[in-house]
Design a protein around this ligand. Structure first.
Ligand code: 5GP
Length: 190
């Protein structure tokens, strides 16, 4: 019988456009012992995104079959699309001795907390809602309608911040990155 490795999980949540994806990537670049669990999603690929790197892009029937086959640690519907973290994504990181960063929403964080009580959950706050809107606009990927939907969704996301173990205010990218690295170090030693 093979023993499955126990993954160490760091959940990173933030409103869309809050900078958490850049933080997760910078942390994974800085640390060989940390990797990002690549999620599956049914949403359309944005310019610059690569299948298997940013997400595994699948259609609804494929995603639903994966749900039925218990292939997800957690999944949620966000902006009318499915997003989910597969068991494989986390286990492959654990097998290579890395801690898994899950860049997921508050619903996913809640499921992970239920299944992995020693997971550490971190909420990244934008310094202000104004700066969040600026970031969404600068990204230049979304229409006005989508931006206003995302701002509403961001308010909803931020209303769950007190459920997280740590709240970091991302007013200085490098400082927030260092704070995240401190959390990773505490997880390793704890
Ligand atoms: P985006 O479409 O901007 O890439 O992501 C939209 C939202 O879905 C973000 O809040 C992101 O963290 C969340 N998300 C991405 N992957 C997953 C996942 O695997 N599970 C859950 N629950 N949320 C996810």
């Amino acid at each position: 019988m093979t023993t499955r490795p126990t993954p160490r999980i760091l959940v990173l949540s933030a409103p869309s456009g809050g900078g958490k994806t850049s933080l997760a990537r910078a942390l994974a670049e800085r640390r060989e012992d940390v990797g990002i669990a690549v999620s599956h999603t049914t949403r359309n690929r944005r310019p610059g995104e690569t299948d298997g790197v940013h997400y595994f892009f699948v259609d609804h029937p494929v995603f639903e079959r994966m749900i039925r086959d218990n292939r997800f640690i957690e999944y949620a519907e966000v902006f009318e699309n499915y997003y989910g973290t597969s068991v494989d994504a986390v286990e492959s990181l654990a097998l290579s001795g890395r801690q898994a960063i899950l860049d997921i929403d508050w619903q996913g964080a809640r499921s992970v907390r239920g299944k992995f009580p020693d997971a550490v959950t971190v909420f990244v706050m934008p310094p202000s809602t104004w700066s969040l809107e600026q970031r969404l606009r600068q990204r230049g990927q979304d229409s006005e309608k989508v931006i206003s939907q995302r701002m509403q969704e961001a308010e909803r996301e931020m209303s769950h911040r007190d459920e997280f173990d740590e709240i970091l205010v991302n007013d200085d990218f490098n400082r927030t990155l260092n704070q995240l690295e401190d959390i990773v170090n505490r997880m390793k030693n704890g």
